[in-house]
Design a protein around this ligand. Structure first.
Ligand code: S3P
Length: 196
């Protein structure tokens, strides 16, 4: 299945009222893969903030970290996300550290709708070991780094408007659950985990 047919997405664009749907969560949670599917399903443009950063800087994320350091990367990330979130209804997947920035969180709260893809450590580690492009995990004990990031970040990610538990399931299933959670949120239901 490539596109999720959705019966109740009529009026979605009206209900979004120009807000961006912003995916947050740790490395390996599937923000890009699921974000792209959700964008297709809802017929919205899709932007990945790391790709956008690489495009404007003409450098890869690991090169940016190495040559300019994390603070410079974070400052570029903040600016890029501020721009793409202000550009209207769309789906934006952010790098795992982006939502830790208070200004970014405030902007997303005002101009977007945040979705935390919440995963356990085994799911995250399984996904990130396939891809070596993550400077923060260039460490002799990447699992310990991931655990520390979970401890630091999960309380902050928990401020997202919607929480979607993700696991070892197909992208289509998680994307469909995410679309349902967004619809329920927009219908004014109180926030809840889709699994509960
Ligand atoms: C980071 C996550 C990465 C990327 C950078 C820093 C983080 O994005 O922005 O390596 O601080 O968690 P993904 O979450 O898309 O891997």
């Amino acid at each position: 299945m490539t596109v999720l047919a959705h019966s109740h997405d009529k009026g979605l664009h009206d209900r979004l009222a120009g807000r961006a749907i912003v995916f947050v969560g740790l490395m390996g949670a599937g923000k890009t893969a699921i974000g792209r599917k959700v964008a297709q399903a809802l017929d919205l443009p899709f932007i990945d903030s790391d790709h956008e950063i690489e495009h404007v800087s003409r450098m890869s994320v690991p090169d940016l970290f190495e040559r300019y350091g994390e603070p410079e990367f974070r400052s570029l990330e903040r600016r890029v996300i501020a721009r793409v979130v202000r550009e209207g209804a769309r789906v934006v997947s952010t790098g795992g550290g982006a939502f830790m920035d208070e200004n970014t969180r405030r902007l997303i709260a005002r101009r977007g709708l945040s979705v935390w893809l919440k995963a356990d450590i085994d799911t995250l580690m399984e996904r990130v070991t396939k891809n070596k492009n993550r400077p923060l995990l260039k460490n002799p004990d990447p699992r310990a780094v991931m655990q520390r990031l979970m401890d630091e970040r999960y309380p902050v990610y928990a401020q997202a408007d919607i929480v979607v538990p993700t696991r070892d399931e197909t992208r289509e299933t998680i994307a469909a659950e995410t679309v349902d959670a967004i619809m329920r949120y927009l219908d004014g239901e109180p926030r809840k985990d889709v699994s509960s």
